[in-house]
Design a protein around this ligand. Structure first.
Ligand code: 5RP
Length: 221
């Protein structure tokens, strides 16, 4: 196991402490969220817990089902008690997400949860002003117009690697990747949302805790 791998597992272990019997758990997407899904499955079996899950991507859904977790849908639950997800970049007040293109469902699940815990390794911490790639999900029809609006942020349509043409999200949309320095992440999150054709953006400003994993264990940020 390399250092990054064990750090991700340790971050996931930190979040596992918050899982209680009877909860509905929101499952994030990405390699760190996958470690949490695997650990959650083990815990559910060993402690005989009654846990239901809602997922933020087909990828997480497939893994959760393979791991034997009870996966349900948003119309079949009363509430989401806890969501655990990774991030691409974190500061104490805002995150950038969407490297895996699952940002819309991730935000829907996370923002509708009683508690949202972010799990990352040390490489994801950004000191100072939050900056980096901001991922934006857009309706394909609107993509050229949204790109014009965002021209100063160097938008590019994310291209697929194992298919011709653009990445098509789980929602049938395109993903735009932009470069931004965010003096006020909340304002930018809201402004991006207001552009016609934008489905969602990867700036997250609502979360409860960030757990940082390292080789030896984990700590709260
Ligand atoms: C997917 C995401 C992921 O949470 C983010 O990309 C982090 O992934 P990883 O844990 O693999 O570094 O936002 O849309």
């Amino acid at each position: 196991m390399d250092q990054e791998g064990s750090s991700k597992i340790n971050a996931a272990k930190g979040a596992l402490e918050y899982v209680k019997d009877g909860m509905c758990v929101g499952l994030g997407s990405g390699s760190t969220a996958k470690e949490f899904i695997r650990l959650l499955s083990k815990k559910v079996r060993s402690d005989r817990l009654d846990i239901s899950c809602v997922t933020s991507s087909f990828d997480s859904r497939m893994l959760a089902i393979k791991e034997g977790l009870f996966v349900t849908e948003t119309d079949a639950i009363e509430r989401i008690d806890l969501t655990v997800d990774g991030a691409d970049t974190v500061t104490k007040t805002a995150l950038l997400k969407g490297g895996g293109g699952a940002l819309t469902r991730e935000k829907i699940i996370a923002y509708n949860s009683k508690k949202f815990i972010v799990i990352v390794d040390e490489t994801k911490i950004c000191r100072g002003t939050l900056q980096g790639e901001v991922n934006i999900e857009v309706l394909p029809f609107a993509a050229p117009l949204v790109m014009k609006e965002l021209i100063k942020y160097q938008p590019s349509i994310r291209m697929a690697r194992a298919k011709l043409g653009p990445v098509i999200s789980d929602n049938g949309c395109f993903i735009l990747d932009c470069q931004m320095k965010l003096e006020n992440p909340k304002n930018m999150e809201n402004w991006l949302k207001s552009i016609p054709g934008v489905i969602e953006n990867g700036i997250f400003t609502k979360f409860d805790k960030i757990i940082i994993g390292n080789e030896k264990g984990y700590r709260t940020f």
